[in-house]
Design a protein around this ligand. Structure first.
Ligand code: ATP
Ligand code: MG
Length: 424
């Protein structure tokens, strides 16, 4: 019998997990500067939440959800994204009764039944933000710049910001009619998939990657020329706020989100080095979502960033995150008595914040030293019966080879002198 992890999932092993911890730590720090607070919602929800909150005619709901019946015959779905759950929670817990806006972020696994490939998995991880209960275009700019700033903190620059407005329930229906008419006129040149989308969700045709569809799409009526006054003003304000932050963007009228509750701002941040899956994060306004799932008129905006894509982007650019594995001190022991004494010392050192290790396989001194090397130990010390009897041992700097004779009873004090604990 041999078990493999399910297709499209990954084991994240050390030292890779250090990168994840680093990303999470930086995220907590930065998001806190922007006054976003962490929210943790369940990994699964009732299926209907996603059917309504993502939309029946989306790829996610049509073909990508992990849906099953639980033992109480309820239909349950592993969350494919975070926004629907956050808004559900906001409404359920009546957060709207508190001071607004509410600014949340989340980090965690998402599940989509997709064809696994580079940058596309069935269990993947997103970190996302949602700013709820304000329609201020400054928040749209804040959210985009927050995502960019986070990536910059990891050393990622030169990402493309694609920006669009998808209008609102007042102006979009007219645009959709115009688009439909145009698509029907050019139906012959569209792929079969797009032909079937004309009636169901014509906006989705705009992001078809098919070559022949693309030619049709390029000359299609543009949503940016069909915005109502309110939406045009909002769009302009978002751009002004981005200009204030010196944040460059490309207006891309083909960038759409297909559903009625998406309004105004839509954006995607792309890294050309990533190939086909080039979007590191994307998002937009969803002023109609709370109405859809909770009959409440509440604006919102957010983004979701794929952590695996972020890591791929770093890899493509050869950027190493400043993570460090290893121990401060490895104690090499000779004999049972020394082992017991060392075990005590380890406990004391660890309690004081030193990363320390010893041998648990009864190996000889040579093998223990090899282990210390493999562990990237900064210092080693050899403790045997002689050292115990004389209260004296040699501590060795593994990099420089420098050695120093110390009193064993002073090991903790010596380590404090040798290792800058702030940097640990
Ligand atoms: P894509 O066009 O790449 O399928 P999407 O529009 O489905 O992306 P969103 O639902 O907006 O993506 O999710 C936000 C981010 O989450 C994406 O920009 C991407 O970084 C990441 N992401 C989405 N799906 C996956 C997946 N299957 N595997 C890994 N990361 C993903
Ligand atoms: Mg997708």
């Amino acid at each position: 019998m041999k078990f493999n992890a399910p297709r499209g999932t990954n084991d994240i092993l050390p030292p890779e997990t250090l990168k994840w911890q680093y990303i999470e730590k930086k995220t907590h720090e930065l998001f806190s500067n922007y006054n976003y607070q962490e929210i943790r919602t369940p990994i699964f929800e009732y299926t209907e939440l996603f059917q309504r909150g993502i939309g029946e005619v989306t790829d996610i709901v049509e073909k990508e959800m992990y849906t099953f019946e639980d033992k109480g015959n309820r239909s349950i779905t592993l969350r494919p994204e975070g926004t629907a759950s956050v808004i559900r929670s906001f409404l359920e817990n009546k957060i709207y009764g508190q001071a607004q806006p509410t600014k949340y972020y989340y980090i965690g696994p998402m599940f989509r039944y997709e064809r696994p490939q580079s940058g596309r998995f069935r269990q993947f991880h997103q970190l996302g933000v949602e700013a709820i209960a304000s329609n201020d275009p400054a928040l749209d700019a804040e959210i985009i710049s927050l995502g960019i700033r986070l990536l910059q903190n990891f050393g990622l620059d030169n990402l493309e910001v694609h920006l669009n407005s998808v209008g609102c329930k007042d102006c979009r229906p007219d645009y959709v009619e115009k688009l439909k008419k145009y698509l029907i006129e050019n139906k012959d040149q569209l792929c079969d998939n797009c032909k079937s989308r004309i009636e169901r969700n014509p906006l989705r045709v705009l992001d078809c990657k098919n070559k022949s569809c693309k030619t049709v799409i390029n000359d299609a009526p543009k949503i940016t020329n069909n915005l109502c006054d309110n939406c045009a003003e909002h769009f302009e304000d978002v751009q002004n706020y981005l200009d204030v932050l010196d944040l460059e963007y490309i207006i891309n009228p083909l960038l759409v989100r297909g559903l009625d509750y998406y309004t105004n701002t839509a954006f995607e941040i792309k890294d050309n080095a990533l190939g086909a899956q080039d979007t590191v994060f994307g998002g937009g306004r969803y002023n109609g979502l709370a109405e859809e799932i909770g009959n409440r008129d509440l604006p919102g905006i957010g983004f979701a960033l794929g952590i695996e894509r972020l890591l791929l982007s770093l890899e493509a650019k050869g950027i190493e995150l400043p993570v460090e594995s290893g121990v401060d001190l490895y104690i090499t022991v000779i004999g049972e008595k020394a082992k017991i004494e060392s075990f005590k010392l380890l406990d004391k050192l660890r309690n004081e914040g030193f990363r320390t290790e010893m041998d648990y396989l009864d190996r000889g001194v040579g093998s223990q030293m090899k282990s210390a090397d493999r562990m990237n130990a900064e210092y080693t010390i050899i403790i045997g019966e002689d050292e115990l009897n004389n209260n004296s041992a040699t501590i060795r700097n593994m990099k420089s080879g420098d050695e120093k004779e110390i009193q064993l009873s002073n090991l903790l004090e010596e380590m404090k002198k040798l290792v800058d604990k702030e940097a640990v």
